[in-house]
Design a protein around this ligand. Structure first.
Ligand SMILES: NC(=O)c1ccc[n+]([C@@H]2O[C@H](COP(=O)([O-])OP(=O)(O)OC[C@H]3O[C@@H](n4cnc5c(N)ncnc54)[C@H](O)[C@@H]3O)[C@@H](O)[C@H]2O)c1
Length: 331
């Protein structure tokens, strides 16, 4: 049994807390939030208690922390948790700066605790099956990867202002998928970013809402990523891997598979509407992986070093979108 303290009672914190409550090998003891009333409202119906950071980290019955608070707090909380000897599950991104990510990696290494970064898409059953087939040689030599990641609608503009921006908050998942699927680190990034959805994204969110990117690895494999914060038909999540022997494609998932055939048209469900519904299985599976690593004292399946590699891609994308030129990465 792994006992947890959860940091952050927002959108993703709620989803993780409810997930833990369904598990027989985990128990949520505490919820910590800078808004104690939000922590209490989430904790009490699940049989947990609202606590301060000091109470949660000071309790020796807490084996692991689940960091789902706002992005800017992840690194400091991870370092404090490592120093308290707790295993760490941290939502992406670990931090917006390389310096802080490096500090986290050092703290975790020193404390000899596992740290897992929540790149949940690697645990989606369809994407995982696709990856297993790629590794088994189904497409031969990989030549091109296409990743489509479109949000259904804008998040709260206040969230955007603290998120680190589209590349660090959103494209970061695609960079992780790109590295995972290509099996190599990209060495060059070209990115275009724009505000096409809502001008308030620029004025209030200090961000962009639309992007297209190209990545290239040292051996010449290519990847194309496309992002937007508004797809009127739902949460658009697709992957295509093309190679010398063919192609593998993972399509959108829908709430039902029912199709309606009329005189004029055939209709089917739109994709799932948001990350909570689309990646339900992935969030459960990533938590199972983390709990296994804690129980069996094994390294985490997605360590913070991966987050560091992804941050290099995010920084290159930002630089490229500002300069209009491709940016080389020194891995
Ligand atoms: N993996 C995914 O699919 C996914 C999806 C959504 C969000 N996220 C990540 O999860 C994090 C939270 O996102 P969200 O959408 O839930 O945000 P949110 O704004 O809904 O919730 C964040 C919560 O953290 C609390 N908080 C802030 N600083 C804190 C601190 N020092 N200690 C404890 N609580 C603190 C806030 O009061 C708020 O309740 C972000 O880093 C985001 O990038 C990941």
């Amino acid at each position: 049994m792994v006992n947890f303290a959860l940091f952050g009672a927002g959108r993703i914190g709620r989803m993780h807390a409810e997930n833990l409550a369904r598990r027989s090998d985990a128990k949520l003891l505490y919820v910590v939030d800078t808004k104690p009333e939000a922590a209490r409202a989430l904790a009490e119906p699940l049989g947990a208690r609202q606590a301060t950071q000091e109470q949660a980290l000071g309790d020796k019955n807490v084996h692991a922390v689940l960091i789902a608070s706002s992005t800017g707090s992840h690194a400091d909380l991870s370092i404090a948790a490592a120093q308290a000897g707790k295993a760490i599950f941290c939502e992406k991104p670990v931090d917006l700066t390389l310096e802080k990510v490096n500090q986290c990696i050092a703290a975790v290494k020193k404390a000899k605790v596992p740290m897992f970064v929540g790149f949940n898409r690697r645990f989606d059953p369809s994407f995982r099956n696709l990856k297993q087939r790629v590794d088994a040689g189904a497409v031969g030599d990989i030549e091109q990867v296409i990743i489509t990641n479109r949000d259904p609608g804008l998040p709260d503009l206040r969230f955007l202002a603290t998120s680190g921006g589209l590349f660090l908050d959103f494209t970061i998942h695609d960079f992780d998928m790109a590295r995972w699927l290509l099996g190599e680190d990209p060495v060059e990034v070209f990115a275009w970013g724009a505000v096409l959805v809502d001008p308030r994204v620029r004025t209030e969110g200090k961000d962009i809402d639309t992007a297209m990117l190209l990545l290239r690895t040292r051996s010449g494999k290519m990847c194309h990523i496309n992002n937007t914060r508004r797809a009127v038909y739902g949460y658009d999540q697709r992957i295509e891997v093309f190679g010398s022997k063919g192609m593998l494609r993972a399509e959108n998932l829908t709430p039902t598979s029912v199709e309606s055939f009329g005189a004029q048209a055939t209709c089917a469900d739109n994709p799932w509407p948001n990350f909570q519904t689309r990646y339900t299985a992935a969030y459960a599976a990533e938590m199972a992986s983390f709990i296994q690593s804690v129980e069996k004292k094994k390294p985490a399946e997605i360590p913070p070093e991966d987050s560091r590699k992804v941050l290099l891609l995010c920084e290159a994308a930002l630089q490229s979108s500002q300069s209009g030129k491709p940016v080389r990465i020194k891995n």
